[in-house]
Write a protein that binds this ligand. Structure first.
Ligand code: GDP
Ligand code: MN
Length: 381
């Protein structure tokens, strides 16, 4: 679950990270009142769950409250990368002397949380990582010790931060680490952390992603979830307990088990296709779940073909086949479907599908090839 900039920064502030003392507005009039209260120049910032708002025109400076209101009127309702702006953050504007990147994420390969920092802050960090990786300093954190002062000092030194900011930097880095751990985050990022006009460090932008698996112990965070920022399919999937992630390709995937889902995606790519989604029906793939999963996959207009890959263990293949047939009578299926059922009661399952004239496959390779071909044909017709 992603948090908005203001939610992330307010949370950072609870751990002692300095942030501009701004407020959120949903109307231009509110923006005016907040700007008046702040007094002096302000920055108006679109609150949408994507990066690069600055470049998209979602971050504007204003000298007066009237100007702030005008910018807010323009930004509210704006479309940024497919998301509609519903709220703006009004922060006192800062003079920026320097922009630093500071972030934490989990490095699975190292089995450690890693702190990353760069003097090339403000801009897209993915771009820095791709073009000039040497500009990013990384430090892995020993979980039993936490982030040590010397590690934070090494980072400050590594990004060439002026010595007089080191003490403050260390305290911010440690606060960010505490915040990351306490909130079960998978990402906590300040970009930019600036050196302001007074030579002080200030977190001007913030981003946090919370591990969904830990949300059960963060009721306060769950309540912050912004449903309007999720695609309807993602919301629907979450509510019925399906793991669904939309991707860029055109082959819809319905698979039971995350490992098998990953394998299915890999094999689609091996045969030159691109998966349209990751979907794990999780546990029993009964008729209702299969129908819901179909509904979600087919609601994606990018889907040109569907590949169903079910391994019957405790789940019986004939049950799944019935589920598929039920689902197809409930949901209008307009794209070709390739089904691979393997495992318990496989023969019964296949017979049911064959009776209904559905395309089946025996091996995963065959299923993937058929799905890729079907998607290609649909695209070129
Ligand atoms: P993002 O584009 O979504 O990452 O949004 P940011 O909050 O990072 O803002 C983008 C850029 O706008 C920053 O890198 C700054 O250069 C600029 N910016 C943001 N806040 C201020 C501010 O208070 N004063 C000034 N002068 N520039 C700002
Ligand atoms: Mn930013």
């Amino acid at each position: 679950m992603k948090l908005h900039e203001y939610q992330s920064k307010f949370r950072f502030a609870e751990y002692g990270i300095p942030i501009p003392r701004g407020k959120v507005a949903s109307t231009p009039e509110e923006a005016h009142a907040i700007a008046l209260e702040i007094g002096g120049p302000v920055v108006i910032k679109a609150q949408v769950l994507v990066g690069g708002r600055g470049k998209a025109g979602g971050v504007k400076l204003a000298k007066t409250a009237d100007e702030a209101e005008q910018h807010a009127r323009q930004i509210l309702g704006m479309d940024i990368k497919g998301l509609t702006v519903k709220k703006v953050l009004i922060d006192p504007a800062s003079e920026i002397k320097d922009e630093i990147y500071l972030g934490l994420t989990t490095d699975r390969a190292a089995r450690r949380i890693v702190m990353m920092a760069s003097a090339a802050g403000g801009v897209d960090i993915e771009e820095v990582a791709a073009k000039t990786p040497e500009k990013i300093i990384k430090v892995h954190i020993e979980p039993l010790l936490g982030l040590r002062d010397y590690q934070a000092r090494d980072i400050a030194n590594g990004i060439g931060l002026s010595r007089k900011n080191w003490q403050q930097f260390i305290s911010i880095a440690k606060a960010l680490y505490r915040c990351y751990v306490a909130n079960d985050a998978s990402l906590a990022e300040i970009n930019p952390l600036i050196v302001d006009g007074n030579g002080e460090l200030l977190a001007v932008d913030g981003k946090m992603v919370i591990d969904d698996s830990a949300l059960f112990r963060h009721e306060d965070l769950v309540n912050m979830r912004d449903l309007s920022e999720e695609t309807p399919a993602e919301t629907e999937a979450r509510e019925i307990g399906l793991a669904y992630i939309k991707l860029d390709g055109d082959i819809g995937c319905m698979v039971n088990g995350a490992g098998l889902a990953m394998t299915t995606m890999d094999i689609i790519k091996l045969y030159g296709g691109e998966p349209a989604n990751f979907l794990d029906t999780a546990g029993g793939a009964d008729a209702d779940k299969v129908a819901e999963a179909f509904h979600i996959i087919l609601s994606d207009p990018d889907v040109k073909a569907v590949l169903v890959n079910i391994f019957g263990g405790i789940t019986r293949c004939d049950e799944v086949a019935k589920g598929i047939l039920d689902a197809m009578s409930e949901v209008e299926v307009t794209v070709p479907i390739v089904i691979r059922l393997v495992g318990t009661n496989e023969q019964e399952g296949k017979r049911l599908l064959a009776d209904a004239n559905l395309e089946t496959a025996t091996t995963l390779a065959e299923a993937a090839q058929k799905a890729v071909r079907a998607a290609d044909t649909a695209t070129h017709n």
